[in-house]
Design a protein around this ligand. Structure first.
Ligand code: PMV
Length: 325
């Protein structure tokens, strides 16, 4: 009899506006990228459970106690624990997670892996998981990966489309699709943890006293303007607001010379706006261009980045692709 297997996919994400500030109470806007993680779960007759991440080049074999020697695979173990604690049956399986999303680059690789894995494992057990619960389970993986996540990454990869998100309240608004033009995404190649810059910003905002409230209020205004520019397809306005957002991220100390160089190179090449995306201190930048100009701007970044892509936003959220038989 053929082995039963299931396959699920989850998108990457970029934060268009509001990273870091979203950890501290204001909203953020993020979009799902057309760059999937695919998780395949193959039934096994008995333990151990096998987990492999091809993008991380890591593998783990564990019994029911769920332990792995590699820390990077810990988020996947924690989503299995989270599924079990919610009474999902997670039978022994071989779980493979494949993705072209660069890890630790601000593109949601860990949330995407967790969401795809949880969807594949529940599908293998013949159980439905609704997006609210998938979000909660993916959040458990993010807590292990990042320490103090706002939830914007799991929400974006689970629901897909383009969302306005607030910590503790979840998705406030959602567009099915993305922007009318693709985004230019360039990875600086500098790897970093999300937890360290997040902690640094927390301390920074405490240090600046009453300015904290002003900055968070400014971001709230920025989000209102950005959401209306996105809905109205006002590309020049979106670009200008991205530039302001980047300035704020530099001001709170999460940019680096490498990210600044990429941002300025994109602007020099004609981008309407460019900013770092995600936690900063490395990771990626995004740029928005006039229609038909993304490839040209991307080409201008290749001398500074070995990973430049032109990607559509507004990709679908996490979904089961196949269950067999
Ligand atoms: O892990 P990253 O680089 O995608 O950053 C997530 C965005 C932050 O706002 C910095 C953290 C969070 O949990 O919202």
């Amino acid at each position: 009899m053929p082995m039963k297997y299931s396959r699920a996919s989850a998108p990457a994400k970029v934060i268009l506006f509001g990273e870091h500030f979203v950890v501290n109470g204001s909203r953020a806007i993020a979009t799902a990228l057309d760059l999937p993680t695919v998780a395949t779960a193959i039934e096994k007759a008995s333990w151990p459970l096998e987990i492999e991440s091809t993008s991380l080049g890591l593998r783990c074999v564990t019994g029911p106690e769920l332990t792995c020697s590699s820390r990077e695979l810990e988020p996947l173990l924690s989503i299995i624990r989270a599924l079990r604690s919610r009474d999902y049956d997670v039978p022994p399986a071989r779980l493979t997670v494949e993705s072209d999303i660069p890890p630790s680059a601000g593109l949601g690789s860990s949330a995407s892996a967790s969401a795809a894995a949880a969807a594949a494992l529940t599908a293998l057990a013949g159980q439905d998981i609704d997006p609210e619960e998938l979000f909660e389970v993916t959040m458990e993986g993010e807590r292990v990966a990042h320490g103090n996540p706002s939830g914007v990454d799991p929400a974006t990869v689970v629901y897909g489309g383009t969302i306005v998100f607030r910590r503790g309240q979840g998705v406030l608004e959602r567009l099915q699709g993305g922007l009318s033009v693709p985004l230019v995404v360039a990875d600086s190649g500098l790897r970093r943890s999300t937890a360290a810059p997040v902690l640094n910003v927390l301390k920074f905002l405490d240090r600046v006293g009453p300015l904290r409230v002003s900055l968070l209020g400014l971001v709230e205004q920025l989000i209102d303007l950005a959401w209306s520019a996105i809905r109205g397809n006002q590309l020049e306005d979106i670009g200008a607001l991205m530039n302001i957002n980047h300035g704020l991220l530099s001001a709170i100390g999460v940019s680096t010379p490498e990210l600044e160089e990429l941002v300025y190179a994109a602007r020099r090449a004609g981008a309407l706006g460019a900013k770092l995306t995600g936690a900063g201190w490395g990771g990626s930048i995004i740029a928005i261009t006039r229609p038909g100009e993304a490839e040209r701007v991307a080409a201008a970044l290749t001398s500074r980045s070995s990973w430049v892509r032109v990607l559509d936003g507004g990709a679908p959220g996490t979904r089961v692709i196949k269950v067999n038989p």
